[in-house]
Design a protein around this ligand. Structure first.
Ligand code: XXG
Ligand code: FE2
Length: 365
């Protein structure tokens, strides 16, 4: 059995009977859809930033990402464990925004599958031949997905020198790799249904008393997630999650920012998540783009891996020690561009988790 068949089987077994789990292959009008692309993992994100030098300081000096390529308009960055050209591209522009998210797919044929799949869904689709899109990336397809996000599907990407044991080059947070995207969307069940139709499994959820879906964590690689949904006005980018190997690197990042009198970049944490069990710290970059330094989640690759469901009333769900989540974390996020580079309007959320009453360990409601 192929990896993909295993994943689809698992998704079917962990589905729910309450309508949030449409794993079928049909569009909203009930027409059958072509097979989805075989997504390997979250591949890279491209952000628009307003001051490339200041962004370089934050992402390369403080977070320790390796600069793979740079010119006056763009920076291509990768973590110490990554063997491909980049996992983050920063493009200079007038206003900060998400340019696009990108998923790596298994073969070149999966790029064609992505084109056919989103065309059948009636979504805007652009073919981006090698050399015309993001530096280092081969033939790709860019779509505006049903949630309104600009998403690229690519297979080919330039390989990069192995830096895994170049301890001499490490600095700052020593980021190892991109881990996940977190996106704000008004309709979390619709996001869940779309990513289920793309063959993603679901590791964890946050649910209300009647199983209303407040948030979900979904994966293709064998970790807790490649993408998660935060219920909120959207489409907006909530954060990029980048992984370190050890929790001391997360703590060191906070110490470093304090020592540099740059502590205002720290938004939430350090702490231990309930969802995912990861150790975390959220920062805001010079443009306000949010990044999570994240480590030590768990393996999800078994074919019968079950979704773990948190009650929205459990104060440990977002911080296992019960610390309250700062309001800005729920409310603020980056605008998202369409395929022509225009900022997209946002729709208001259906369910507001920040309005659910919580008293954290620090006594804040
Ligand atoms: O990656 C994550 C998160 O989505 O950033 C947030 C894992 C867990 C959480 S949560 O705040 O729900 O614990
Ligand atoms: Fe995250």
């Amino acid at each position: 059995m192929t990896d993909r068949t295993d994943r689809t089987d698992r998704t079917d077994r962990t589905n729910r009977a309450d309508g949030t789990d449409r794993a079928d292959r049909s569009d909203p009008a009930g027409r059958e859809l072509p097979p989805p692309p075989d997504v390997v993992r979250s591949g890279y994100a491209q952000l628009v930033v307003t001051d490339l030098a200041r962004s370089r300081w934050f992402w390369a000096d403080v977070l320790g990402l390796h600069v793979q390529y740079e010119d006056d308009d763009c920076l291509c960055l990768r973590g110490t464990d990554e063997l491909t050209h980049h996992s983050l591209v920063l493009r200079a522009g007038e206003a900060a925004a998400l340019d696009h998210l990108a998923y790596r797919v298994r073969t070149e044929a999966d790029v064609d599958r992505a084109q056919a799949f989103f065309t059948a869904l009636g979504r805007p689709v652009r073919r981006v031949p090698k050399g015309e899109g993001t530096r280092g990336v081969g033939d790709a397809v860019r779509v505006l997905d049903p949630l309104g996000f600009p998403v690229e599907f690519f297979h080919g990407i330039e390989p990069a020198e192995r830096l895994i044991q170049r301890y001499d080059l490490r600095r700052g947070a020593e980021i190892a790799r991109l881990d996940h995207f977190n996106i704000c969307t008004p309709d979390v069940p619709a996001a869940y249904a779309h990513y289920t139709s793309l063959g993603f499994g679901c590791s964890e959820t946050i649910e209300g008393d009647a199983h209303e879906l407040y948030a979900a964590w979904m994966f293709r690689k064998q970790t807790v997630h490649d993408v998660a949904f935060t219920g909120g006005a959207g489409p907006r980018l909530h954060h990029l999650g980048v992984a370190t190997h050890e929790s001391h690197q997360v703590l060191r990042t906070a110490d470093l920012l304090g020592a540099l009198r740059e502590e205002h970049h720290i938004e939430r944490g350090p702490g231990r998540h309930g969802v995912s069990n990861a150790f975390y710290l959220y920062l805001r970059d010079p443009d306000g783009h949010r990044v999570e330094i994240y480590t030590s989640d768990y393996y999800t690759g078994d074919p019968d891996h079950e979704t773990y469901r948190w009650s929205v009333h459990d104060d440990r769900r977002r911080d296992f020690w019960g610390n309250a989540v700062i309001e800005s974390w729920y409310k603020e996020a980056s605008p998202v561009l369409d395929l022509d580079g225009h900022v997209q309007p946002v729709g208001e959320t259906l369910l507001d988790e920040s309005a659910v009453r919580v008293v954290g360990a620090d006594g804040l409601g």
